[in-house]
Design a protein. Sequence first.
Length: 278
Amino acid sequence: MHMQDAKEVLKLRDICLRFGKAEVLRGVDLSVKQGEVVVIIGGSGSGKTSLLRCINLLNVPSSGSIVIDGETLFDLDRSGADKAGLKPAQVNRIRAQTGMVFQQFNLFPHMTALQNVMEAPVTVKRQNRQEVEKRARDLLAQMGLDQHVDKRPAQLSGGQQQRVAIARALAMDPKVMLFDEPTSALDPELVGEVLKAMVALARSGMTMMVVTHELGFALEIADRVIFIDQGLIAADGPPEQVLLHPEHPRLKQFVGRFHETADLLRPFLEGKTAAATH
Ligand SMILES: Nc1ncnc2c1ncn2[C@@H]1O[C@H](COP(=O)(O)OP(=O)(O)OP(=O)(O)O)[C@@H](O)[C@H]1O
Ligand SMILES: [Mg+2]
């Protein structure tokens, strides 16, 4: 796809977030185009989770604006004046256009995989139950879970639970999917199956923002990698540039820790570069 022609699905402008006196985000500007996969990296406490949580107002920014697929969700200037003036119902409708996947799956423990996926479309969107069920089964099959639809979370592995969580978010037909370290609570042998599902989702054209330390995933699938440092975007560019040729000193230090992984991926990247020049 020609990214320059794609429309903007998400536009953040001057997002600031304070917790008491702490300035956690200090003016984040970011546009994400349709179909784009943006990986977010940064040290602990840099503001990655806070930023994702601002996009669906789980954290309410102290100022800034958020536009999702052309609709303003939030617009507060630095003096505190609300320029969006939305009613709660409008806010809820627009924020439901983002799907979120958390580190700790957050499934409803008393419901089966199928019921978890059906819950929001039936109760929030009041969609037809039969249609929702058909779509939920399709999504679970897409996640490789056709054999597990009637199991409760406790009967599923971490990797299976996380794939149910992805299907559940997709069931609301989001315009953009937000992932906050979706594999970091998993045993190492289960990470691959979740990343594989995410790669397939990215290749299907879903717009995604992914906080992850899986730099191999970033190199393989990201259109852009963003490095957040002390509540600001300190680097933003193609994965090879940001991860393999970092310039920002703290980014250099950050990716230095992952150099072993990058070395393992070098043969793959050389293959990719060779293919791109044909
Ligand atoms: N609800 C909260 N109340 C007060 N401070 C908070 C709250 N949530 C986050 N913070 C602070 O905001 C800063 C950014 O936190 P955030 O969770 O966004 O970092 P992160 O980049 O996701 O880190 P990690 O890699 O450890 O997940 C930290 O200093 C954190 O302590
Ligand atoms: Mg975090």
